[in-house]
Design a protein around this ligand. Structure first.
Ligand code: CU
Length: 131
């Protein structure tokens, strides 16, 4: 029950729009066989995007949106659950999770991916072009 309560709190935090401002667009990503359905995304500078991640696999995944330094931290990190920070969300097997992220200015290099052990190396990541 403790885990379920944590999930509920994280969902509320995500839905309350902690990234600031209502999302201007929803991007849906499906995960199937440890691959995201899209490898490259395009967003406008300053745009707030609501990511809806649908996990069709029988194993957990996550979506981490951020620059290379953010990705580096998570690749070696030990956090077992994501949901409190904008652009970071865990997705349980067969579940759908939502996170909202506000992108910076044009030309910023943003990546997205999953850092469960071996997933990034397997190809579970992509790029987001801001411009
Ligand atoms: Cu994964």
């Amino acid at each position: 029950m403790k885990l379920l309560a944590g999930v509920a709190v994280a969902a509320l935090l995500t839905l309350s729009g902690c990234a600031g401002g209502p999302p201007e667009r929803t991007i849906e990503l499906t995960v199937h066989h440890s691959q995201f359905s899209l490898a490259e995304l395009h967003v406008r500078p300053g745009e707030t995007v609501r990511f809806v991640v649908r996990n069709t696999d029988p194993i957990a995944h996550e979506l981490i949106v951020g620059d290379q330094s953010v990705q580096d931290v998570h690749e070696v990190g030990t956090e077992s659950y994501h949901g409190a920070r904008a652009g970071e969300v865990s997705v349980a097997p067969g579940a759908t999770a939502v996170t909202t992220y506000r992108f910076a200015g044009a030309g910023s290099a943003v990546l997205f991916g999953c850092h469960l052990p071996g997933h990034w190396a397997y190809g579970m990541h992509g790029t987001i072009r801001v411009g």
